[in-house]
Write a protein that binds this ligand. Structure first.
Ligand code: MTE
Length: 331
């Protein structure tokens, strides 16, 4: 597990590969790839991003580690040696149902969403409730870079260099009461500017939850940026949760409310399809989604599929949280 803390001597990935160089190099690579092989280009084109065999992954294919014309993503890697997903893919292939269900249309649809000023209310069963301005949070808590894998329940994944700070730091400040067993998170409710929130299929606002001990784990961050830059609306600006060992839907975007509660919160997905989406949602290749296998995943920017790893590769840090629990029952 790679956790890069800002001590003043490490070089953030944004400085290793400044975005302009990264983007122009990527442009060059795209051109080179076009000349070299159309197959490679197809693998990183928007059309191929759309080829979501994701929902029905089918039989396992050989591990695919070759990046498809996306060599620029290799400026640095996660602790497993996996290349970063490109800035372009991280910011143009998104799930944000408040705007649209079309992953490649989230960025344009959310581009003008106002994310400043922005406040987060932290309360519930705590000694020190408070309302925090996101700009204050950025300076109050040291911002670290964390390179994490993000595994979507749909069967695709990315490696993302987030900026942010451990949720535990904020929780310690508000002092949870002993009766507090869970943390409940809420996305902004703004149907006028978020057309997806008019959909009757889901109970808005988007809600997610963690057990308090999960929330206190050092891997859990509140992210305010990625690739060394402030978050863009499509990634959940100005502040979103990142829980790397759980399916991506737990990593709730554009948070306005965090409450410490004594009962397990019902998430938007639990309410929408309780037999398909549970509270825990730990990445687990052994526990299939009722409609598809979770044994493999498609890493965006790669050809083929690779094997999914238990707890998304963070077993050492989090397995103890589930000692004695049946991970099939607690999906
Ligand atoms: N948060 C909100 N509020 N609305 C959403 O639709 N989608 C989730 C999660 N957080 C979602 C959300 C899902 S399914 C995934 S996979 C991740 O965000 C995707 O994050 P990304 O678009 O930054 O990669």
């Amino acid at each position: 597990m790679l956790i890069k803390k800002r001590t003043g001597i490490e070089i953030p990935s944004s400085e290793i590969t400044p975005k302009q160089i990264y983007l122009s190099r990527r442009k060059f690579m795209a051109g080179a790839a076009a000349l070299a092989t159309t197959a490679a280009l197809a693998a990183c084109s928007p059309a191929s991003l759309n080829q979501s065999s994701d929902a029905e992954p089918g039989a396992d294919q050989p591990d695919a580690t070759a990046t498809a014309g996306e060599a620029t993503a290799g400026a640095t890697t996660d602790e497993l040696g996996d290349s970063l997903t490109t800035f372009k893919d991280v910011t143009n292939y998104n799930n944000f149902y408040e705007f649209t269900l079309d992953k490649e249309d989230v960025a344009p649809k959310s581009a003008d969403y106002p994310t400043s000023p922005w406040q987060v209310e932290v309360g519930g069963l705590v000694a020190n409730p408070g309302v925090y301005d996101v700009n204050d949070l950025r300076t109050r808590f040291e911002q670290e870079e964390r390179i994490y894998r993000l595994r979507c329940v749909e069967g695709w994944s990315m490696v993302i260099p987030w900026m942010g700070f451990p949720l535990a730091q904020l929780l310690k400040e508000v002092e949870p009461a002993s009766e507090a067993k869970y943390v409940r998170f809420e996305t902004i409710l703004d149907p006028e500017k978020m057309p997806g929130q008019s959909s009757p299929w889901y109970e808005w606002p988007y809600v997610e939850g963690l057990r308090v001990d999960e929330a206190m784990n050092d891997l859990v961050i509140l992210s305010t940026g990625l690739y060394g830059e402030e978050l863009l609306p499509q990634n959940g600006a100005p502040i979103r949760l990142v829980v790397p060992w759980k399916y991506g839907f737990k990593s709730i975007k554009s948070i306005v409310k965090i409450d410490l509660v004594d009962e397990m919160p019902t998430s938007l997905w639990m309410a929408a399809a309780p037999n398909e989406y549970g509270f825990y949602a730990n990445v687990n290749p052994e526990v299939a989604h009722p409609r598809w296998s979770q044994a493999t995943e498609r890493r965006i920017g790669e050809l083929g599929r690779r094997k999914t790893i238990l707890f998304n590769g963070y077993e050492e840090q989090v397995a103890h949280l589930y000692d004695g629990m049946d991970l099939h029952e607690n999906y």
